[in-house]
Design a protein around this ligand. Sequence first.
Ligand SMILES: [Zn+2]
Length: 382
Amino acid sequence: MDGFRLGSIFGFEIKVDLSWFVILFLIVWSFSGVVFPARYPGQSPGAYFTMGILGALLFFVSLLAHELSHSLVARRKGIPVEGITLFIFGGIARTRTEAETPGDEFVIAGVGPLASMVIAAFFGALWWIGSQAGLSPAVTVVARYLAFLNVALAVFNLLPGFPLDGGRLFRSIVWKVTGNVTTATRWASAGGTALGYALMALGALQLFGGATIGGMWFIFIGWFLRNAAVMSLRQHLARSLLDGVAVRDMMSPDPDVVPPTLTLQELIDTHLLRKRHQAFPVVESGRPVGLVTLQHVKKVSRDAWSSSHVVDVMREVSQLTVGPRDSVTHALERMQDADERRVLVVKEGQLVGILSASDVATWIQRSEELESLRGPSPSLTF
Ligand SMILES: [Zn+2]
């Protein structure tokens, strides 16, 4: 999920997806148009609107705090966190890998709802003490609804459907009991799928009852949860398929190479148009120095092709190498860091192969097809 960058907190990049504005709009609209006029009558529309904006912004901060708590604990447990994205159904902390132990998973998942409950308690206290102390209803009414929304956030996230926090807690418990993370993920994903269908059924009932907006909303959330549960299981299976697979098992050995002095026109005529590859390692006196791809060439205008050389457009090798014994997972991280779709495999300074993201995707697809021929089994061991 893309989205635009707001900044960073504690080193986590904070992004907002466009869909988040739908929820922002709904909150401002329901607060300033419905909830606040009913609870605090006799004010101007401008006052309600200000309260609505304030309430929505504080809700946004609450949501961010929930995700930050996940991210901070994950980082503490040694899991790299890229950042946080807020979208229509709340937020997600984008992590690179999964927890290594059921205990870690339990703590990382559990801290989010806990954070939301603590925030709810804070706003609840502000509402209660403020009301006793005669604070303006403009403050106490907003505090009351933030307390309510944060409780709702914690409760919804505790539903036992993976990848919701509750589903992750459920997974960590099954993982602990069975000792098998894949079995646990299958169970938790089944929980998420069931929860998704249950929400959709509830939405359908509401639709028949005449509650169109509420019904549509439930169907939408249920559909999203069901898909997320299926996707998360698939991702987990792909990751566990790659477990223990080394780069040398999947790389293309002895790739065609080009010298850095080749002109782009020659590269196009003798390599890009003649061979089936879109990328070539650049080798100078036996040592790999870079990678040149069709994308790199495209950045140069056509009339400069005969005067430009591979060395001018190639990607320096430094970020793009892995060893043949490195794990494929590590190689994928390298590609992600470097924003390239390939890495060079180098052993003792010599180029021994090349590994592309599509090699990995094809390998996973074939393994899955072979697996389905063998019939469903509780764990995938290759
Ligand atoms: Zn959470």
